[in-house]
Design a protein around this ligand. Structure first.
Ligand SMILES: [Zn+2]
Length: 429
């Protein structure tokens, strides 16, 4: 049963139990300030807990793992080798953000939430990690788990859980199209005809344009600004999106210099270690040299965290680039309702002034640069999700990781296609 991230996005967590064994698939943080553990995490601690299987290293799927290990020091943490390598950076960043909030709380009363874990908890969680390659079954008590490629981001896996004669397939976040850093999903034979498919539904109400078209639109927009002598800021998520953008620029606009900044830069170096065929840095692409380049890097593309302009060096770049008439800021991904990135996007049509959150308070700047949204999704759309259901051909499908009213509409689509669904509560065979 889902303990979080079912009819909402964030704090993904699914409890699977059989024959006295209890495992979680994912344990993510909910977004926002304060972010928190999965909604119903208390139920995980109702009984024994043998393992957490992590589908991928995005914080909304892995961010609470150190909190779990703090409560259950013997917990096994099972993930693919790339996910195992990427998670510590994500956890360490979460510690930094949470510590910052806690300082805010100490200074201004109850303005921030208490930290969920600290550096020692991250170190303990790292020691509990077990690498599991795609396609290799691993026993956990009465259960056997097997991982398969899910597309989405480097290292992302779907999970087949075998319990006696029953099988549950969990997609994690999934995509079928080829990206620069990762191929599409590959459903294994062992997943076909499973009793239950637990599938993400982030984009279940969308039909995405062909990825090539979206990439073409972005490349043309960047080339326009570059020709006019301006510079482009693309705030991007640290894991996956930033590396995709950098590689797209390198492939299609090799003459345009690119700077990667913040956590996006750290993870780009990590990506190159994990997959030597990925050449993100080098050529015209380099890690930004701050503070100097904030003013001297006059033409080219800056890719910087954070993706929603909540913090990170993207703020310092935005403060300079937004007032420049010939420059541009391209929003590249999902923006939370309350995020500065969303506020800026809403301002794109009207122009005016924009207030950036800043460590030293707030900064208001005039928006003269072009602001536009260039979404490059790493999730399957409605048609892509229908393909996943057709390939797995499960007895029942449960939708998670989506918005409730869109999930209702998509369940109706599945029903019309004779695919049985179940609600997001507990499921028993
Ligand atoms: Zn994800």
């Amino acid at each position: 049963m889902p303990l979080g991230g079912d009819d909402h996005i964030g704090g993904s967590c699914l409890l699977v139990e059989a024959g006295g064994t209890r495992i979680l698939v994912d344990a993510g943080l909910r977004p926002g300030d304060p972010g928190g553990p999965p909604r119903d995490i208390a139920r995980a601690f109702d009984g024994p807990l043998d393992a957490v299987v992590v589908t991928h290293a995005h914080t909304d799927h892995c961010g609470y793992v150190p909190g779990l290990v703090a409560r259950r020091p013997d917990l096994r943490v099972v993930a693919t080798p790339p996910t195992t390598a990427l998670m510590p950076a994500m956890w360490t960043d979460a510690v930094k953000v949470m510590a910052g909030r806690e300082r805010g709380r100490a200074r201004w009363g109850d303005a921030g939430a208490a930290a969920l874990y600290g550096r020692d908890d991250v170190a303990a969680a790292v020691r509990r990690c077990e690498e599991l390659a795609f396609g290799a079954p691993r026993g956990i008590g009465a259960l056997t788990v097997e991982l398969f490629p899910a597309g989405h981001v480097l290292g992302a896996a779907g999970v087949v859980v075998h319990a006696g004669g029953r099988r549950v397939v969990v997609t994690g976040d999934i995509s079928g199209f080829r990206q620069e850093t990762v191929d599409g999903y590959a459903v294994p034979e062992s997943a076909r005809g499973a009793d239950l498919l637990v599938m993400e539904s982030t984009c279940c109400a969308e039909e995405h344009d062909d990825r090539g078209m979206r990439v073409g639109e972005l490349v043309r927009a960047v080339a326009d600004v570059h020709r006019g002598g301006g510079r482009v800021l693309i705030p991007a998520f640290a894991l996956g999106r930033a590396q995709e953008l950098a590689l797209i620029m390198k492939r299609w606009l090799p003459e345009v210099p690119v700077r990667i900044d913040g956590m996006a830069a750290d993870l780009s170096a990590e990506f190159e270690l994990l997959d030597p065929s990925l050449r993100i840095l080098g050529g015209g692409t380099a890690v930004a040299a701050r503070p100097g380049e904030l003013d001297t890097f006059r033409t080219g593309v800056v890719i910087s965290t954070s993706g929603m302009l909540t913090g990170g060096p993207a703020l310092q770049w935005a403060r300079r680039i937004l007032p420049e008439p010939g420059s541009a800021l391209f929003i590249s991904g999902y923006q939370d309702e309350e995020s500065p990135g969303r506020a800026l996007r809403d301002l794109a049509d009207t122009g005016g002034e924009f207030t950036l959150p800043d460590r030293a308070g707030e900064a208001t700047v005039p928006v003269r640069a072009r602001v536009a949204t260039m979404r490059l999704s790493a999730h399957a759309d409605r048609r892509g999700l229908l393909d996943v259901v057709d390939e797995v051909a499960p007895g029942r499908t449960m939708l998670v990781h989506g918005v409730a009213h869109r999930q209702r509409a998509f369940r109706e689509t599945l029903r019309v296609r004779d695919r049985a669904t179940v609600g997001t509560g507990a499921w028993r065979p």
